[in-house]
Design a protein around this ligand. Structure first.
Ligand code: F6P
Length: 401
């Protein structure tokens, strides 16, 4: 069947690069003689399609969308179709698609969104998945990841000045859900002293010793007696019982609780060791900072970057990748290839993998953790020696995160 009209959906948590996906898909569709429409508000919009008026993204409408800003012109919702309490939900969606003459869907999102893509495909709805998540935990690169890690690095760097001015240790808590990619890459990008991720069980005494040594070293080597210590912590770092930190009991339709509170927990752990360590009095007295009863230990503060890490400016990498992935999805669809996730565009090759494969969760590689432990970063454990192997690379060498 000839592809005449596509619907574009963006879904899940928003982030950088989504508008680039929309522009890539819409402009490529136009180029190939296909009409592109925007289905608003993710799967909530798809479910209600019958009753909606859709916007066609032709060249002049595409011109009003700026790919350099985060968020999505299409709007989002966290709705799992299979959870909708309506026995006719799939028929309702098919009726909506028919009403608008939509032949296939291009759906940008992460693992949850991808699981719905798999579900819709089983119902005979033609879809292609464009990988999107700031969490970077898909098997493929996902649009939004680069923008987020750059923002984490930038905000962390910005916070360093206030940390240093007030001689405070700072814990910067960042989104990323159950994987530590954003804390890992963002923390490395900001020269963080410590990076805590869900993949590593944190020993707070080891973290404390690293903090003490680094902070004091910085202090005694400063001609203006300034010091700080920067920790970037993934929101998904677990407590001693292996549980996530969360201050809410409500869950979304995919069963996720909002994670928050790990920064405060890390602070209380560090304060516990700091307050019982007599060395601080000696060092702070020696450096002329000590004030009995008022300033007896370095202050430790936590800052949660929250939604700032997925808002604002989109990196040039994500704009480029987003446009390529959106445009490539249209090519795949026109060629009758569905149920797959776009991996990338390399020369004339459009690469893709089955969506079931793409959404399998990927975690931070612990050998890469060891690599950065060799460079002095603390991950809250006894450093493990990096064991390199050597290999002469043949063929393609491109790899990003
Ligand atoms: O999955 C993307 C993400 O930003 C996670 O890192 C974070 O835990 C979650 O979304 C927050 O979602 P919401 O904005 O729905 O609270």
């Amino acid at each position: 069947m000839e592809m005449k009209k596509i619907g574009i959906i963006t879904s899940g948590g928003d982030c950088g690069g989504l508008n680039a996906v929309i522009i890539g898909a819409a402009r490529m569709a136009h180029h190939l003689g296909i009409e592109a429409t925007l289905i608003p508000n993710g799967y909530a919009g798809l479910y209600n399609l019958e009753n909606l008026n859709l916007v066609t993204i032709d060249i002049s409408r595409a011109d009003k969308i700026h790919s350099g800003v985060a968020g999505s012109e299409a709007g989002h919702s966290r709705v799992k179709i299979s959870k909708i309490n309506d026995p006719d939900k799939y028929e309702k969606i098919k009726t909506g698609l028919k009403k608008h003459n939509i032949d296939g869907l291009i759906i940008a999102g992460g693992d949850d969104t991808g699981s719905v893509v798999v579900d819709l495909l089983k119902q005979g709805i033609k879809c292609i998945h464009v990988p999107k998540t700031m969490d970077l935990d898909l098997q493929t690169y996902s649009v939004g990841g680069d923008s987020t890690i750059n923002r984490i690095a930038k905000f962390t760097d910005d916070l360093r000045t206030t940390g240093l001015t007030h001689n405070r240790a700072l814990i910067i808590e960042v989104f990323g859900r159950y994987a530590g990619h954003t804390a890992f890459r963002g923390g490395l990008g900001a020269d963080a002293d410590a990076i805590l991720i869900p993949e590593v069980e944190v020993d707070y005494e080891i973290l404390y010793q690293h903090f003490k040594k680094t902070y004091i070293n910085r202090l005694v080597n400063s001609d203006v007696r300034g010091s700080t210590y920067i920790i970037v912590a993934a929101e998904g770092v677990k407590n001693k019982e292996g549980k996530y930190f969360t201050d809410t009991v409500s869950t979304d339709s995919f069963g996720h609780q909002r994670l928050s509170g790990v920064g405060k927990f890390i602070r209380t752990q560090l304060e516990h060791y700091t307050k019982q360590d007599p060395d601080w009095k000696t060092v702070l007295q020696q450096e002329g900072i000590y004030v009995e009863g008022i300033y007896m230990y370095p202050e430790i503060r936590e800052v949660s970057l929250g939604h700032l890490v997925r808002a604002g400016a989109t990196s040039a990498y994500d704009v480029t990748f987003g446009k390529q992935a959106g445009g490539a999805a249209v090519h795949l669809m026109k060629s009758g290839i569905y149920g797959v996730t776009v991996v990338g565009v390399e020369s004339t090759l459009i690469t893709y993998i089955p969506t079931e494969e793409a959404i399998k969760q990927r975690f931070v590689d612990l050998d890469e953790v060891s690599f950065h432990e060799s460079l002095g970063v603390c991950f809250g454990r006894i450093p493990e020696e990096y064991q390199p192997k050597y290999n002469l690379q043949t063929g393609k060498v491109h790899r990003y995160m």
